[in-house]
Design a protein around this ligand. Structure first.
Ligand SMILES: [Zn+2]
Ligand SMILES: [Zn+2]
Length: 350
C-alpha cells in the first residue's frame, strides 16, 4: 500500500490491504484504475470528501459477505467483480444494495419496489378469489402462492437480465482498460528492444561496433559528398604512407593540389549548420552594437559592417567545423588501416 501516492486510494483500499499485497505490479495497476473509476463514479453522487470512506465501507461490507480476505481466492477478480462494484438494486443510480449512497438511508425506489410487490400480491389474491369463489382456504392459498411464485420468477429473471447487462458492460470497460494497458506496456517493451538492437548494430559503412547502424562520422560523410571525396584522398594518402616514401610524396602532392577545390565545396555545408548560423548572428549583433553605430544601429553603415562581420564569423566557424570533421575522419582511417594491417610475426602473442 506504500506505493499508493493518492491519499484517496490509501483510505479506500485500507480494508483490502492483504488482498492488495497478493497482487503483482501489473494487476495492481489495473485494480488501481478500477478503484479510481469507482471513486470517480461516486464523486458524481456524494460529497467528494466522503467518497473514499464510502468506497472503503463498500469493500468492508462485501468482504464480510465473502467471509474475510483470507477466503477470497482471486483477489483481482473479486475486487473488479464484487468489491468495488456498485450493486444497484433498483433503477436509481444512487442505490447500492437497497441503501441510498447519498443519504445512507433505505432506498425509496427499492421501497417502491416493495410497494409494487404488495400491489401484485393483492392483485393475484383478487384474481384467485374471482376465479374460484367460495374455494376453501387451503386451495385458495395454494393458487395465490403459485401466482406469487410465478411473479417472483419473472422479477428475478428481469433482475438477472439487468444485472448481466450491467456486469457485461463493466467487464467490457475493464477488458478495454486492461487491453489498453497491456498494449502500452508491449509497445514500450518493443520500443526498448528495438532501440537496444539498433544501438547494438555496427556502422554500415565502417563497421564500427555499437553505432546504431551508422556512426556519426560516416553519417556526416554520407551527407557531404565533398567530404567523402576528401576522405578518399586522405585514405589514399594514409594507405600510401604504409608503402614506400616516393609513393607518399606523389600522393601527398596530388592531395595538396586537389584540396583547395574540395575544401571550397566542403565548406558550403558546415557554413549552413546551426552552429555557423548562431555564430553569424552573434557577430552581427556585436558589430551592430559598437559605439560608432550608436546613433543609427539600423543604418546602412552599421548594417554593412554587421553583415561583413557575420560572414567572417560564419566562414571561421565553417573552417573550424570542417577541420574537426576531417580530424575525426583521419582518426577513423588510422584506426581502420591499423586494424587491416597484419602485425609482424614477432609481435604476435597468439
Ligand atoms: Zn434502490
Ligand atoms: Zn561508421
Amino acid at each position: 500500500m506504500a506505493d499508493l501516492p493518492d491519499l484517496r486510494l490509501h483510505v479506500t483500499l485500507a480494508p483490502v490491504a492483504d488482498l492488495w499485497a497478493r497482487l503483482s505490479r501489473g494487476p495492481q495497476a489495473v485494480a488501481r484504475r478500477a478503484a479510481l473509476q469507482a471513486l470517480e463514479a461516486l464523486s458524481g453522487i456524494v460529497d467528494e470528501r466522503v467518497v473514499p470512506q464510502l468506497l472503503a465501507d463498500r469493500l468492508t461490507d462485501r468482504l464480510q459477505e465473502a467471509g474475510g480476505e483470507a477466503l477470497v481466492r482471486e483477489p483481482m477478480g473479486w475486487l473488479l467483480g464484487r468489491g468495488l462494484v456498485q450493486r444497484q438494486a433498483c433503477a436509481d443510480p444512487r442505490c447500492d444494495d437497497g441503501i441510498r449512497l447519498d443519504t445512507g438511508s433505505d432506498c425509496p425506489r427499492c421501497e417502491d419496489v416493495v410497494q409494487v410487490r404488495r400491489a401484485w400480491r393483492s392483485r393475484i389474491t383478487a384474481e384467485a378469489d374471482e376465479r374460484m369463489p367460495g374455494a376453501d382456504s387451503a386451495a385458495r392459498r395454494d393458487v395465490i402462492e403459485a401466482g406469487l411464485r410465478r411473479r417472483a420468477l419473472i422479477e428475478a429473471e428481469d433482475a438477472a437480465i439487468r444485472r448481466a447487462k450491467a456486469e457485461a458492460e463493466q467487464g467490457r470497460r475493464q477488458a478495454a482498460c486492461a487491453a489498453a494497458e497491456a498494449r502500452v506496456q508491449t509497445e514500450h517493451k518493443f520500443a526498448a528492444v528495438a532501440e537496444a538492437l539498433l544501438q547494438a548494430e555496427p556502422c554500415a559503412d565502417c563497421g564500427a561496433q555499437r553505432s546504431g547502424g551508422l556512426c556519426e562520422a560516416c553519417g556526416y560523410r554520407r551527407e557531404t559528398p565533398c567530404l567523402a571525396a576528401e576522405a578518399g584522398l586522405i585514405t589514399a594518402a594514409w594507405s600510401a604512407a604504409l608503402g614506400d616514401a616516393d609513393d607518399v610524396q606523389a600522393v601527398a602532392a596530388a592531395v595538396q593540389a586537389a584540396l583547395p577545390d574540395y575544401r571550397q565545396k566542403a565548406l558550403a555545408m558546415p557554413a549552413r549548420t546551426p552552429e555557423a548560423e548562431a555564430e553569424a548572428r552573434r557577430a552581427y549583433a556585436t558589430e551592430q552594437g559598437r559605439r560608432q553605430y550608436r546613433r543609427d544601429p539600423d543604418g546602412p553603415l552599421a548594417a554593412a559592417a554587421a553583415r561583413q562581420a557575420a560572414e567572417q564569423a560564419r566562414e571561421r566557424t565553417a573552417h573550424h567545423l570542417l577541420a574537426t570533421r576531417l580530424e575525426q575522419l583521419r582518426e577513423l582511417e588510422r584506426g581502420r588501416i591499423a586494424a587491416a594491417t597484419p602485425r609482424p610475426r614477432s609481435e604476435r602473442t597468439d
